[in-house]
Ligand binder design. Structure first.
Ligand code: NOJ
Length: 568
């Protein structure tokens, strides 16, 4: 066996000092409204999270990332923030936040909160003031207001299309229009306005002072804009290169914002961390992940890849190289609150791809539209592949971001009646995309749903309907089963701590195009068989496997870890 390749990310910290926690963390994303409901109003809350602190500790994660828990009219699942420095009263109070933070910190779990700087809610005091103050006011200058086009300005200023469908402009009572790149209820902020910039510094300090460890930055690539008249058409916007000078996305000048934020982060001990949600060309990701900027950036490539050895290898190679360029560590994601859960994706046929190699259409969207009928979901295959992909990911150098419920091998919920749907995508896409509610259905904690217990989510039902099969995937059902997905995650996350090692990876040839094998510096080895034929392995120090080895062979669609504790 020869080692053909070494990918190595440079350590950005002096050898004598321990690596910062975030470089190789397992971060668990909580969507607070769907995690655990302590007060029985059908909506998850912060005391609910506190009540599950032991569960989170036993799961073995290093940090939680909380999707927005701020006051919100829920036009976009909380990503429409009405007050950045408070807690939605339906989710608790600031005192509840402090209690939750303390419960998690006491158990060695760090806390990352979501910051949504591209847009506020239309319920935010600033936007309400802008509406009341009229054209030309300083209140309107915090947002992006323009006169309309056409006779009497009755048409939107441009033909721009919002991310959730429909026009990016909405008209207000006095005839002006405001820009919203997402839902109508999410007016874009004007990042040329110093008051906007100063206010977000206050927000970052507010949460840092309370003790949060880091921030996840929503739509980090869209804050700054060049809206010099005449404004381009949508076709012109689409045709412009994304080279840092695009009027709308990934502008070089956004990094001036993050350089300021970095000063705030570094004024704390330990420095606060940040991770960018930045949908930008690969080559530009390191700008966001730079230690002078946000410090880390999401990489969604695994989430868009098929369960395919070639695709996985390319993703890992590319992203370790990018991490090396930025000096950050790589991130890995298989599921989050915006996509069809990976156990389901992997049980559906592979998606068609566009010229750039990305899925031409959101993977699983058609299955959701069919109510989960077509194409036929192969649940066992999806779960088998999900387990294998997860163990592949958790062995990689860098940070793995896990989404609540994936530890249960949970599937997407397709059977949500139209009247229960909440996602703005559903309301704005004319039936072409039912949206993201199916991965946001409240978690099943208990096997039964008697008396409105919502499978242990809370005594007041659940704000999105849970299907009958949820009980089989519940925490209670799995906690007693050593072969369950939950126990696999627990074992993997626990072992990952003891096996974790330098941020290096060596690819080891396997002689098969459907099998990947890599080795970490301490001898920890990860082998994934993406095919269906068993793969003979030459080590017997199995630390963990997603399927039991048979006669010295790794079965199909499975991952094995070899290694012993503390072999660094
Ligand atoms: C990205 C978030 O992940 C998504 O849930 C949200 O809808 C958009 N940003 C807009 O804030």
């Amino acid at each position: 066996m020869s080692i053909v390749d070494v990918a190595q990310a440079p350590a950005q910290h002096p050898i004598s000092e321990p690596a910062p926690w975030w470089r190789q963390a397992a971060v668990y994303q909580i969507y607070p409204r769907s995690f655990s409901d302590a007060n029985g109003d059908g909506l998850g809350d912060l005391p609910g999270i506190t009540s599950k602190a032991d569960y989170l500790h036993d799961l073995g994660i290093d940090a939680v990332w909380l999707s927005p828990f701020y006051p919100s009219a829920l036009a976009d699942g909380g990503y429409d923030v009405a007050d950045y420095r408070n807690v939605d009263p339906r989710l608790g109070t600031l005192t509840d936040f402090d209690a939750m933070l303390d419960a998690l910190h006491t158990r060695g779990i760090r806390v990352v909160v979501d910051i949504v700087p591209n847009h506020t809610s239309d319920q935010h005091a600033w936007f309400q003031e802008a509406l009341a103050s009229g054209r030309g006011s300083s209140a309107r200058e915090r947002y992006i207001f323009r006169e309309g086009s056409g006779p009497d300005g009755a048409l939107p200023p441009t033909d721009w299309v919002a991310a959730f469908g429909g026009s990016s402009w909405e008209r207000v009572a006095d005839g002006q229009w405001y820009l919203h790149n997402f839902a109508i209820e999410q007016p874009d902020l004007n990042w040329s306005n110093p008051e906007v910039r100063a206010d977000f510094l206050t927000t970052l300090r507010f949460w840092s002072d309370r003790g949060v460890d880091g921030f996840r930055i929503d739509v980090a690539h869209m804050l700054t804009k060049d809206l010099t008249e005449p404004l381009p058409s949508q076709a012109q916007l689409d045709a412009l290169p994304r080279d840092g000078m695009h009027p709308m996305v990934d502008r070089d000048d956004v990094h001036e914002v993050y350089a300021e934020w970095r000063q705030v982060f570094n004024s704390y001990d330990p420095p606060r961390t940040a991770v960018a949600e930045a949908w930008v060309d690969k080559a530009r990701v390191p700008l966001y992940a730079s230690p002078d900027g946000l410090g880390q950036a999401f990489n969604f490539d695994l989430l868009e890849a098929d369960f395919d050895a070639g695709q996985f290898e390319t993703v890992v190679r590319d992203n370790l190289t990018l991490a090396e360029t930025s000096g950050s560590s790589s991130t890995w994601v298989l599921s989050n609150h915006d996509v069809v859960r990976h156990a389901t994706r992997y049980g559906l046929p592979q998606p068609a791809r566009d010229d750039s190699g990305r899925p031409a259409r959101k993977h699983g969207a058609d299955w959701v539209i069919s109510g989960g009928v077509t194409p036929v979901l192969d649940r066992p295959a999806g779960e088998r592949r999900a387990r294998a992909a997860t163990l592949f990911m958790l062995g990689l150098p860098g940070s793995s971001y896990l989404y609540q419920g994936e530890e249960l091998g949970l599937h997407e919920v397709a059977e949500i009646p139209a009247g229960d749907r909440q996602d703005p995508t559903f309301f704005r896409s004319a039936g072409t995309d039912l949206g993201r509610d199916g991965c946001r259905v409240p978690l099943p904690w208990e096997t039964g749903n008697d008396g409105g217990s919502a499978f242990g989510f809370g005594t007041g039902g659940s704000h999105l309907p849970q299907p009958a099969w949820f009980g089989d995937y519940s925490v209670a059902a799995q906690s007693t089963d050593p072969l369950s997905s939950l126990e696999l995650y627990r074992s993997a996350l626990s072992l990952r701590r003891t096996l974790q090692t330098g941020e290096h990876l060596e690819w080891i040839p396997t002689g098969r195009s459907d099998v990947l094998r890599y080795r970490r510096p301490n001898g920890w080895e990860i082998v994934t068989n993406f095919g269906t034929e068993p793969y003979p392995v030459d080590r017997d120090d199995v630390a963990l496997a997603s399927r039991a080895l048979e006669a010295g062979s790794l079965p199909g669609e499975a991952t094995v870890w070899f290694g012993s504790h503390g072999t660094d």
